[in-house]
Each structure stands twice: as C-alpha cells, then as structure tokens.
Design a protein around this ligand. Sequence first.
Ligand code: DP6
Length: 343
Amino acid sequence: MNPEPRTTAALGKFHAAAQAQPNIALVKYWGKRDVVLNLPTTGSISITLDSLWTRTEVRFVPGQAHDRVSLNGRSDAAETKRVVACLDLLRQRAAVDWGAEVDSRNNFPTAAGLASSASGFAALVRAGAQALDLGLDETELSMLARRCSGSAARSIFGGYVEWARGRLTDGSDSVALPLLPADAWPLRVAVAVTSIAAKQIGSSEGMRHTAQSSPFQASWVATQPADLTTARNAILARDFDALALVSEHSCLKMHALALAAQPGLLYWNGATVECMHCVRTLRRQGVPVFFTIDAGPQLKAVCAPSAIGQVKAALREIPGVLHVLDSGLGAGACVIAIGALEA
Ligand code: DP6
C-alpha cells in the first residue's frame, strides 16, 4: 500500500525521498510529436498501480560537481544519463548547479515492460522537487516528469489518468489529469511475468523506428481520439465490458503498428501469446478480465476484484509464466520519509 505522505523537514536540507507506482496504459502512448519536449503524437489513458513501487532518495550537495546515481544498487551508464537529464531540469527550475546523490529502488523487475521508467521518473521528479523546495503543484510535476519519460507524467496521479496530447508547441497543454480515483472503481491487475531480461528495444527507440517505417502510423494517429473517448466514457460509467474492448483494441493496434515497422518490432514471447488466449477464454466463460501488453513480454490482466484469484491461478498454469504479480489501483507519487526506502 502507499505510505502516507509525510514532510521531509527532518531529513536535512536539499534531501527528500518519494515513492511512485507504475501505471499501465489502457489507451497507449506510442509516438512523439516533439522529441525534445517529449510531446506525444496522441493522448493516452492509464491506471496507476499500488503494490509495485519505486522509492527514490535525492540529496543535492552544494559545491558537488557530479551526480552519483544508484538504481537498484547498481550504476548503469544509459540510465544515469536519463537521470542526469532529469536532474538538470530540476536544477534549471531552482537556478542551482549542485550535483546530486540519487538512490532508487524498485520492488519489481526493471526494464521488462513493467513501466519502471514511469514510476522511476515520477518518484525522481517528486523527490527532487521536494529536495529543492520548488513548490510545484501536481500539474507542474507531471509536466516535468513528462520531459523525462512520457508515461511518468501519468504516475504523478493515482487511479485512472488521462494524459492529453495537447496542441501547443511549448507543451504547456500536454499534461496528465486524474479521471477517476482508484477507490471509485477498484479494479485489480495480475501481471504475468514471462521474462526478467531487459527489453532489446526501449520505448523511445521503438516509437521512433515505428513512426519512421510503419505503414500504419497515420491510421494509428487518426483513430486514437475515438479510442480515448470510448475509454474515458467507459471509465466514468464504470462499464467493464466497454473498457475491456477498447483496451484490448488499443493494445493490439499498438503492437500491430510496431510489428509492421521495418524491421518489425516483436515484444512478445510464446508465453505472452498463450496468456492472451487464456484471458480471452476466461472472458468467454463470463470472467470479467481483459489484457494489455506494453513494450515487453509481460501480460497485464485487468479484472474485477472478485475474479483476481481465478485469473492468477489460470495465468500461473501457463508454461513460460515465471510468476504472477498482483496489484490493486493506487495513489499518485508522494513524498515519504527516508526510512521507508528500507522497507
Ligand atoms: C508501451 O513512457 O517509456 O508503455 O517517453 O520515450 O520514455 P518515453 O517512453 P515511455 O513509453 C511507454 C510506452 C508504453 C505505452 C504507454 O505507457 O502508454
């Protein structure tokens, strides 16, 4: 569960910790209209989880020239580069040039299609903004998180969230907004983990490659507004069947788009496909469940609370499923006490 937000006053100056949960897109973000500002080609809609988390501690050190970044106890050059770019945005807002110490941990596999960049950058922005006492509201935090990783804009908020495409070239109208709180419709999510290897082609590169070479790019963009309207209405009406149809449609359409790139991007393995059949079979039998899959081989099965036991049991039976995680819907990014990082 999410810890209660607490003040970091006791942590010392320029030092804060925050927690954020991954979110799972039901209407997918796949494509950028501006790479520098990280503006999306289309809007997207997601649900924020609760039992999976990233906890991140940030300490700015006046006079220190470099940043030191530890992710799950390790230092990775490519990830550090993205973290430093995010710290630069925070430093720019505060008009300081101090280096920072960053320690971040996930309680789930990183970079395997479980949206670790969403929770990671939402937690980093939340903690960094607190450490520098920037006094940003959630919309401003979401805009900063968007610059670091698009899906992170949505993890600033809890429950059901929509990230608008926006029209303005400066990106000021491309913000995430909450649609419905988690407890207003507490669906559950089972994540069938079919591989813990890092994905070969990350989302940013996958999107760029797709936009350049997939013949379906124009229809992806043209059909997205209708999917967003359908999903938004289904969420507001708590219409599970309507949400199931549009979510599977958006997922399969995103993968069809990426599969048709040259060369095609194939994020699934055999177990992913078996999980899709399993979810469809359960639904035909009357179980309220649907699937979605991001840029990796894990399948996320979204279901009514009453169905979670049956869904998990069915997914666990599939050869190639390593384990099944289980989550409810949760809150947005929040500041936590330092000790919570160890919990
Ligand atoms: C398939 O947010 O990871 O999960 O903005 O380049 O960091 P960048 O991409 P990222 O992409 C997420 C793609 C997705 C769909 C989604 O979350 O909407």
